[in-house]
Design a protein around this ligand. Structure first.
Ligand code: BG6
Length: 471
């Protein structure tokens, strides 16, 4: 393809702390919500105790990143490694661990791009405050963010606040929502979401105050929805799906207030969060510098009118496939035009071009893709190779879509596919692999944890070397 990628394009790769580090209770680290949940599945699949064991392999892992040619490494810091109980004493050993990682990256010409919070709330904050339900949690986060900016900001200039707030707040396990009463539960969820917005704003302002040349933004789980037909109601449902799943979140970050349709929904459901005087000013003052987006697949929706089985504005228990707004319902349908991965994600590079255009046209902020990849049960051959041509095809088609978006005039500053190496899936163990480096372990057998370069490693190395022009 013609070379649309700018010279300084950030070719990178991604990971997150609980999915890669292991050493879950080493070096003074406290337990996290991510640990707690992964341990519930320990009898049947891998958990976060060892994960990819980056905690002990970071040196050789960064050598591999260098060999691949990565310009940027997007990873997260474990809040509970820095402040084990979430808002108490700073754990210097944790700070030292990340200092070693950051310094080694910089020595190898790789820019660290740090996410502050990737699903791993310190568990102590759940015990103390029921996590994000309490406003104190937002202050605890601001304190933690400040420690990170002060400790690493002399060298790290590029930050993300929360990973996928918009997606995680919908998943009870990630938010540690245990309330069973549906009405109370949704109220708690809305309050937690709000406190995360507040935390985002506090951290954004702190970053700008402490790191003069620092850049910070959110990482959203992007949503691209197609209508099942050209029926206006289906088109509306597709729009609502985007708005309710992602766009309200970006609007909140950008404008510092909920968009009208979202506030109307919160009011109708009687779950407008408690907001204090002065919050609006904080939310509006926090200016994000870029938008990071994670992109895996697209969705398709069909509208369902409200009726006695689907009463307006009421979530139906056990009906995961159906979502609602204050007008009616929509259902996620299969898109017959797309192929899906073995784990069911519908592969759609055009959707990436669409969403890049949309976000750019709406906000005119630089964009970076911080996750994009294919989860598969890769096979290690007897001669120690992983022939993951399917991953190469997936990545090539998505990189081409980024090139198309750049040609459309969109400012895309980088691509960090998921994931730099095999790591623990968010909830499906170790069999589902995303990495360009194979980690030799299975769900229940740690083996030797050796690092083995997959075919995609060598392929991506060439892409980076040629700045994408070889595709
Ligand atoms: C993203 C998360 O939503 O999806 C990652 O940010 C996660 O943490 C990735 O690993 C892939 O999902 P899963 O469930 O296959 O691990």
């Amino acid at each position: 393809m013609a070379n649309y990628f700018p010279e300084n394009f950030r070719w990178g790769a991604s990971s997150s702390a609980f999915q890669i580090e292991g050493g879950w209770d080493e070096g003074g680290k406290g337990m996290t919500v991510a640990d707690f949940n992964s341990f519930k599945r320990s009898a049947v699949q891998a958990d976060s105790k060892v994960a990819s064991d980056f905690y002990h392999h970071w040196n050789e892992d960064i050598d591999l990143m260098k060999e691949m040619g990565m310009k940027t490494y997007r990873f997260s810091i474990a809040w509970a490694r820095i402040i084990p109980d979430g808002d108490g004493e700073v754990n210097e050993e944790g700070v030292e661990f990340y200092n070693k990682v950051i310094n080694k990256l910089l020595e190898n010409g790789i820019e660290p791009f740090i996410t502050l919070y990737h699903f791993d709330l310190p568990y102590a904050l759940v015990e103390k405050y029921n996590g994000w339900e309490a406003r104190d949690c937002a202050y605890a986060f601001a304190k933690y963010a400040k420690v990170c900016f002060e400790s690493f900001g002399d060298r790290v200039k590029f930050w993300q606040v929360h990973n996928e707030q918009n997606l995680m707040m919908r998943v009870d396990e990630r938010m540690n929502i245990t309330e069973e009463d549906e009405v109370k539960k949704e109220k708690i969820r809305a309050q937690m979401d709000y406190h995360m917005f507040l935390a985002h704003a506090l951290a954004t302002n702190l970053c700008h105050e402490i790191i003069k040349d620092g850049k910070i933004g959110p990482a959203v789980s992007s949503t691209v929805t197609y209508p099942m037909s050209n029926k206006p109601e289906d088109v509306w449902s597709a729009r609502m799906n985007n708005q309710f799943k992602t766009d309200y979140c970006l609007d909140m970050h950008y404008y510092g207030q909920y968009p009208g349709y979202y506030m109307a929904y919160l009011k109708e459901q009687d779950m407008v969060p408690v907001m204090l005087e002065g919050d609006e000013e904080i939310l509006k003052s926090a200016k994000m510098d870029f938008i990071a987006l994670n992109y895996y697949r697209t969705l398709t929706t069909r509208y369902l009118p409200a009726d006695e089985n689907h009463p307006k504005g009421k979530r139906i228990e056990g009906f995961n496939e159906v979502d609602y707004d204050m007008y009616g319902y929509w259902k996620i349908e299969k898109n017959e035009n797309l192929k899906a991965t073995e784990y069911g994600a519908q592969i759609d590079p055009v959707g990436l071009r669409i969403v890049l255009n949309e976000y750019w046209n709406k906000y005119h902020l630089p964009l970076i893709i911080t996750e994009n990849g294919m989860g598969t049960a890769d096979v290690l051959t007897e001669d120690g190779k992983v022939h993951d041509q399917y991953r190469i095809d997936y990545m090539a088609s998505h990189i081409k879509a980024i090139g198309d978006a750049i040609e459309d005039g969109v400012d895309v500053m980088g691509y960090c596919p998921w994931s730099v190496m095999d790591l623990l899936s968010s909830h499906q163990g170790f069999k589902k692999r995303y990495g360009m480096v194979y980690v030799n372990r299975t769900d229940m057998d740690l083996k030797d944890l050796a690092r083995i370069k997959k075919d995609s490693f060598y392929w991506y190395q060439e892409v980076i070397k040629n700045n994408g022009s070889n595709l």
